[in-house]
Write a protein that binds this ligand. Structure first.
Ligand SMILES: Nc1ncnc2c1ncn2[C@@H]1O[C@H](COP(=O)(O)OP(=O)(O)OP(=O)(O)O)[C@@H](O)[C@H]1O
Length: 263
């Protein structure tokens, strides 16, 4: 899809056209390391997230999850190693990398005085895309925003509703990779389930999703793989398909309580 496409150019409201067999690597960390003075926040991370995959990063507070997301977004610079987004090294060309990546922080920052539709229109234009009113409404609806809320000011929205606008912005900018930090914290179970449904839909459309979370239940519900981080290291990676939520919890607790392996 080209940037600045004409209205109507996006056949399925911002979906990246992909064949079902397209499983390109969208996010890749190669020995990615971040050190803050005495703290090794991320220690030689090697990770690949492919198109259509939902990879969940688990780990205790301070394990390095947010650091990982921020390195892919180039909010911070790595100490060593590489972070690639759709094969673009974010340190070499952060603007090009950011064009294909979308980020949903724990608190979605949007304009409270604009409506959901106006926020989406504004951020779509910033990303170089223009949509008709009906396309904007369809994007918001696809991310689960109720029709009667679309023209209300965002200041009146719940956290879950603001997230839906944030997800529709990711769709509108035709992001190939979506990063989320603790998206279900503070959501009620219904809102958390709706988020899972939308993430699964985006992944089916070919987006690669990387999510930092403490929510083991949603990891099982939504994730395709889960990685457990401990003190800056990725200590385990599991496929979620054949696991129960309780298995995931046991695995997580085992890794949290196992003795440190010497570097
Ligand atoms: N700006 C900074 N200066 C110094 N240390 C930092 C900085 N940012 C993060 N750290 C440290 O890096 C380590 C990893 O932090 P990070 O925020 O990535 O953890 P996290 O897994 O996201 O934790 P949480 O679940 O609490 O969000 C922690 O020890 C943290 O204190």
């Amino acid at each position: 899809m080209c940037e600045g496409g004409a209205p109507g150019a996006s056949r399925q409201h911002g979906v990246i056209p992909k064949s079902p067999t397209d499983r390109s690597i969208m996010l890749q960390a190669i020995n990615l390391t971040k050190r803050y003075q005495n703290v090794l926040a991320l220690d030689s991370l090697n990770l690949e997230v492919r198109a259509g995959e939902i990879f969940c990063l688990l780990g205790a507070n301070g394990a390095g999850k947010t650091t990982t997301l921020h390195l892919f977004l180039h909010f911070i610079a790595q100490t060593s190693g590489r972070a690639l987004v759709d094969q673009v090294d974010v340190a070499d060309d952060p603007l090009r990398a950011r064009r294909v990546i979308a980020y949903l922080p724990e608190q979605v920052m949007l304009y409270p005085n604009l409506t959901g539709a106006e926020n989406l229109d504004y951020f779509s234009r910033l990303a170089g895309h223009r949509y008709t009113t009906s396309e904007l409404r369809a994007l918001l609806a696809r991310c689960g925003l109720q029709a009667d809320a679309i023209d209300h000011r965002l200041g009146s929205y719940s956290k879950g509703m603001r997230q839906k606008v944030g997800l529709s912005i990711a769709l509108a900018k035709q992001a190939k990779a979506l990063l989320l930090d603790e998206p279900t914290s503070g959501l009620d179970p219904q809102a958390a389930h709706e988020l899972s449904v939308t993430l699964a839909d985006l992944a089916r459309s070919g987006m690669a999703v990387l999510m930092a979370t403490h929510d083991l239940f949603r990891v099982k519900e939504t994730g395709t793989r889960a990685g457990i981080m401990r003190r800056g290291r990725l200590v385990a990676v599991v496929e979620t398909a054949n696991l129960q939520a309780a298995d995931l919890e046991r695995l997580y607790l085992d890794h949290m309580s196992s003795p440190e392996v010497a570097a």
